[in-house]
Design a protein around this ligand. Structure first.
Ligand code: NAD
Length: 354
């Protein structure tokens, strides 16, 4: 048997594939377009593993997806492929529309045709799992209850709007065509192989490089954090036992203000890799102009996933963040390789602080 995983050279997808193949020898076909966020180095340990088949290409390429489905007959498709960075969506929304909306649509079309041709027993077993974000629900006020699966969609950025559209398409393919779909909406992930444009890896990278740690606005925006391997275990659980057509929120009940996250990172780095001058990394914190339309608070209520499917995260924020800092300290070569010239230019444009 096999599974087709899209976008699995990116942050979460590569963690998912590494985790999958550490527990299973079911073949993984990894379809990834290798945008700036895709990095085959994440999967270097699988180079000799015949159970990992890498294919460079886009989910928007109907013919390619149809060919892969026909050739490998996967029992599931897990869709991680996306443009995923909010700031980039503000500067250039077009790619987000193309990949997250048009790409998901073409992928669904190819999967629908494939599913329609499967023999009855395989048809019943097949799953399409769409990986999405809590950002589709919009922004919460301080005292609002955390997002449940029945919250209204109120996306505020081109990124979250494009993900919301993809979620709706997935839902519609279930209701209209009977495609056996599952959707997960997860909070912010952190952990190994995270591209250093996002808050946590960016701050670790900049701290060690002696650069400013840029904090948007007052740093009091609240995000709900989940260690990436816990997200992977949730996806595995939903794939195994989720009810068709259902949505599952995934989160670790870890709401933190961005500034507190950066203070925690600085404290761990002060302990594990102290600055030569004995000062705290906190002195590198620099406040920068806030992101336009910046959502104030996200919080996920994961009760449905916990109660109905018995899933629990293995890490607390404290244990997960320590593991993450240690991973970046141990994998400086990976960080140096991904922080290429193009990445530096982007950072300079974004924060004026590359
Ligand atoms: P990422 O940007 O690190 O990786 C995305 C991957 O998709 C890259 O490898 C990229 O090359 C690939 N890709 C982009 N366009 C493609 C296309 N047209 N065809 C095939 N591959 C393509 O993203 P991530 O952080 O790993 O997120 C993965 C998924 O999880 C996304 O759908 C995202 O919306 C969702 N998600 C992310 C988070 C988070 O905190 N990072 C939280 C919740 C949900």
């Amino acid at each position: 048997m096999s599974i087709l995983v899209t976008g699995a050279a990116g942050f979460i997808g590569s963690n998912f594939v590494l985790d999958w193949l550490s527990q299973d020898n079911e073949t993984v076909i990894n379809l990834d377009a290798l945008t700036y966020a895709g990095n085959r180095e994440n999967l270097a340990s699988l180079e000799e593993n015949p159970a990992h088949i890498f294919v460079r290409g886009s989910i928007a390429d109907f013919d390619l997806v149809a060919k892969l489905l026909a050739e490998h007959a996967p029992r599931a498709v897990i869709n991680f492929a996306a443009e995923s960075h909010v700031d980039r969506s503000i500067h250039g929304p077009e790619d987000f529309i193309q990949t997250n909306i048009v790409g998901t649509f073409r992928l669904l079309e190819a999967v629908r045709a494939y599913h329609g041709r499967l023999p009855e027993n395989e048809k019943n077993r097949f799953r399409f799992l769409h990986v999405s974000t809590d950002e589709v629900y919009g922004s919460l006020n301080k005292d609002d209850a955390a997002f449940t699966e029945t919250n209204r969609y109120e996306p505020n950025s081109p990124y979250s709007a494009s993900k919301a559209a993809s979620d709706h398409l997935v839902r519609a393919y279930h209701h209209t065509y009977g495609l056996p779909v599952l959707t997960t909406n997860c909070s912010n992930n952190y952990g190994p192989y995270h591209f250093p444009e996002k808050l946590i890896p960016l701050c670790i990278h900049n701290a060690l490089a002696g650069k400013p740690l840029p904090i948007y606005g007052d740093g009091q925006q609240i995000r709900d954090w989940l260690y990436v391997k816990d997200h992977c275990s949730a996806i595995r659980r939903v794939l195994e036992a989720g009810k068709l057509g259902e949505v599952y929120n995934v989160g670790g009940w870890n709401e933190k203000a961005n500034l507190d996250v950066v203070h925690t990172l600085c404290a761990i780095l002060d302990e594990l890799s102290p600055r030569a001058d004995g000062q705290s990394y906190r002195t590198q914190i620099t406040f920068v102009t806030d992101r336009p339309g910046h959502d104030r608070r996200y919080a996920i209520d994961a009760t449905k996933l916990e109660r109905e499917l018995g899933w629990k995260p293995a890490e607390t924020f404290e244990t997960g963040i320590r593991k993450t800092v240690q991973w970046y300290l141990d994998n400086q070569a990976w960080v140096n390789n991904v922080t290429s010239g193009a990445y530096k230019q982007w950072l300079g444009k974004q924060y004026g602080a590359a």
